[in-house]
Design a protein around this ligand. Structure first.
Ligand SMILES: *Cc1c(COP(=O)(O)O)cnc(C)c1O
Length: 235
């Protein structure tokens, strides 16, 4: 199937999931995960009306983004090393994968130098898997408290990557858990948080039913990744 068809099908499935959940379709942002795919694929998606794209490696994004249409807007969704933060602060309009106060401090410092503020999501390792990045649910309150005081960072919500399961229904409890954790963070900050980034190609409809405001879809839109790579750890 063509990319335009894939995009239309995903948009339709998002609308239907929103209907089931009694939500407005505008409350869900589709993040097209373009990692490993060339600028031509991004351009095709932009022509089809797609605006937001996700990349998980700074090096790849640094080469790709300048070759993509200027209308494309970029979120970082991978593991971020502190020596890549300076580039990330210029390339991305949101970093979804902040998982420690140390990384947040580095982002804040680099963004101050670049005279900007970075909206971020805190990545939570909801299942406590040792192989995954993300902060543990237990540490989250302390991390939120620390990060909320940084000058050039705004916490906009939480992101998660649940354990892989062949049955997408199995992800539901982790999505629910992330939503509950967002509630706790809102109490700590004393303000609502806009975003829950959860759900990928295989389980985005379930994530929407559980409150996702950003779904990160790669394979269902662009097809199989050119270098086949599982979502998180290698990033
Ligand atoms: C690759 C990736 C995705 C997209 O996964 P698909 O299963 O291809 O839709 C989503 N989120 C993160 C963090 C990723 O690294």
């Amino acid at each position: 199937m063509s990319l335009a068809t894939n995009l239309a099908v995903i948009q339709y499935r998002i609308r239907e999931a929103c209907k089931r959940a009694g939500r407005s379709p505008e409350s869900v942002l589709l993040l097209a995960v373009s990692k490993t795919h060339p600028p031509q694929a991004v351009e095709e998606a932009v022509v089809g009306g797609q605006i937001f794209f996700g990349e998980s490696k700074v090096q790849e994004a640094k080469q790709k983004i300048p070759l993509c249409p200027g209308a494309a807007r970029w979120h970082f969704i991978g593991h971020l090393q502190s020596n890549k933060v300076r580039d990330a602060a210029i390339l991305f309009e949101m970093i979804e994968s902040v998982d420690s106060p140390a990384l947040a401090r580095e982002i804040s410092k680099r963004c101050q130098q670049a005279a900007r503020t970075m909206p971020i999501l805190l990545q939570v390792n909801v299942a406590g898997e040792s192989s995954k990045f993300g902060c543990s649910p237990e540490r989250l309150p302390d991390y939120v408290t620390q990060i909320a005081t940084l000058p050039a960072i705004e916490i906009h919500g939480l992101m998660t990557l649940p354990p892989y399961a062949p049955d997408p229904e199995k992800s539901r409890r982790y999505f629910r858990r992330l939503r509950e954790l967002k509630g706790r963070c809102e109490e700590i900050i004393g303000a609502p948080l806009a975003h829950l980034s959860m759900g990928m190609s295989d389980d985005f409809e379930i994530a929407i039913e559980e409150g996702a405001t950003i779904v990160r879809v790669g394979t269902a839109l662009f097809g199989r990744r050119i270098r086949s790579s599982p979502p998180a750890p290698e990033n």
